[in-house]
Design a protein around this ligand. Sequence first.
Ligand SMILES: Cc1ncc(COP(=O)(O)O)c(C=O)c1O
Length: 408
Amino acid sequence: MRLAKLAESLADSATLRLNATAARLKAEGEPVIHLGGGEPESPAPAAAVRAARELLDKGTVKYTATPGIPMLRQTIASQVEQEFGRPTKQAEVLVTAGAKPAIYAALVAVLDPGDEVVFPSPFWVSYPEMVRLAGGVPVPVTAVDGGFEPRIEDIEAALTDRTRMMILNSPNNPSGAVYSEGLVAAVVELCERRGLFLLADEIYRRLVFDGRTAPGALCYSRESGDEGRVILVDGVSKMFGMTGFRVGWAVASRRVIEVMGNIIGQTMSCASAVGQVAALAALREESSYVEELRRDLQGRRDLLVRELATIPGVRLTPPAGTFYSMPDFSAIAPASEPLSAFLLQHTRVVTVPGKDFGCEGHLRISYCGPAADVVEGIRRIRWALDQSSPQEIEFGGRVHVRDWDAPV
Ligand SMILES: Cc1ncc(COP(=O)(O)O)c(C=O)c1O
């Protein structure tokens, strides 16, 4: 059967694939520890569940307006105005079925075939594939010092006549890095000077640790109203633990939102009405939920940092936000895919290969699950990789013996 070449060339989502593998192994009774996840384990905020239930009880669940229910758009606009100090109107907000369609619609709205999109590496796995699907060319920029924040000179050097857009994702999936104010301000200035759109994916914006805050791109923009080139992407998936409700949004100039709305209208109609009323309730009534989640994650981040430090050869830049970390295993095994497969086979711990995020030699390890899983998962990884640890380990009700010298 012949399908479109572009569609056939798309990679499947590594993280969704691993979720499926973990679920299958668990269903088979295997003692799986999932350190590859991408969503908080906590249930959705009570007010969100209540609002969804009330709408379902009425039984009248219909299409909403394509850009979203007015009250939700207005609430998002007011919160953006408050947080970033920029006047924002309802017409500058588009609600979508999760943040993913907002990103995709922004790319389709901006790119002509062959246009380039520049973004720092490591990057979220979906950016390159979505850019390609929208007809563009992804251009990742790696930090020269091997860290997680590239220099503005290196970003600028990656721009060509074909560059139309930059993506900045801070706090960052997969590294957990929160880009410095200097970098965010410089990227906004660069985009405005060169006439580029800036897609600021700030979906982990409030999940930041140690009293820090994440500098938001909109704060540094000197363009406003219809001239604005920043496209802010956000949603309730991560900060409110509401991934399954599928509600995200974009905030941008009226013109960009109008065109993105046409793209969504012709392809997806609108986000689910149930999800939208739930998101509205979360935004209006549940700000303490985010703070509790943030505090919880910071505790688990501390645990992870402490436990990983006990594995010789593993180097970690402690994450400043999100619920991901990107430890460097290259001193133990240079190729992340075989290492991740090895760990799954021998320890039943799920990790995501760094290769998928443009960061070979690293594994993405999440700490959004239970604290006990973080400790147990790292205990098993240490046993598998550290030859000086006891040769036997017990998990899943039986004793396992390490019978290899090197992992791969
Ligand atoms: C950086 C980033 N942006 C966007 C998304 C997509 O969010 P949603 O589930 O709301 O589509 C994710 C999800 O993993 C993400 O990590």
